[in-house]
Write a protein of this length. Structure first.
Length: 194
């Protein structure tokens, strides 16, 4: 075999190896893009669930017309982070109104949030700007941190700063003193009038 032919075969082998490397990098890039797309779709799904939950709460408050006369600061639909309160009466089995219906609604609503969203929870509070408005901060564990047990505290803080709280217009922060999103959660803030 001549040296020129031997060099030609080596050159073809090198070209083939480079082509395989480029193809492998392309496939890895596509896999990473697909993974990011799936996580983004999941996050969007969670945000849609949160918006539907707020609509559900608003309808429950509107249906309980006895409570609409209460001052917002004493409204029984107000709740903070944590387990849903236990309703003393099952309003699905017997008719209820007023405070009893509100306790049943909040217990049922927060239970639904916990089932629909990963680590789902909510804080319902009166608006400081408008006495006829209520704010709802819905929280869930973000899928980007949920499975990342190796994330450093610095990574978590940077991530939390990036996704923190977004209101319906996409603005960051709550604008309400003392109202913060739960650690390692994504939150969605909505204001409404019942």
């Amino acid at each position: 075999m001549s040296p020129a032919r031997h060099a030609e075969q080596g050159s073809m082998l090198l070209e083939a190896l480079i082509a395989v490397l480029v193809l492998a990098l392309g496939v890895l890039g596509l896999a990473a893009t697909q993974t990011r797309t799936l996580v983004t779709a999941r996050t969007t799904e969670f945000r849609n669930i949160a918006m539907r939950a707020v609509d559900d709460l608003q309808e429950r408050m509107r249906a309980n017309h006895h409570i609409l006369l209460q001052p917002p600061a004493f409204n029984p639909y107000l709740t903070s982070w944590g387990e849903p309160p236990q309703a003393s009466t099952n309003c699905d089995a017997s008719p209820c109104e007023g405070f009893t219906m509100a306790a049943h609604d909040i217990a049922e609503w927060k239970t639904m949030l916990a089932r629909s969203l990963p680590d789902g929870d909510a804080w319902v509070f009166p608006s400081t700007q408008d006495p006829t408005q209520f704010g709802v901060l819905v929280a869930w564990t973000d899928p980007r941190l949920r499975n990342d047990s190796h994330a450093s505290e610095a990574d978590i803080a940077l991530f939390a700063q990036a996704v923190s709280v977004r209101d319906a217009q996409g603005q960051a922060g709550t604008g309400v003193a003392g109202l913060e999103c739960l650690a390692r959660h994504t939150c969605h803030l909505v204001y409404f009038r019942p």
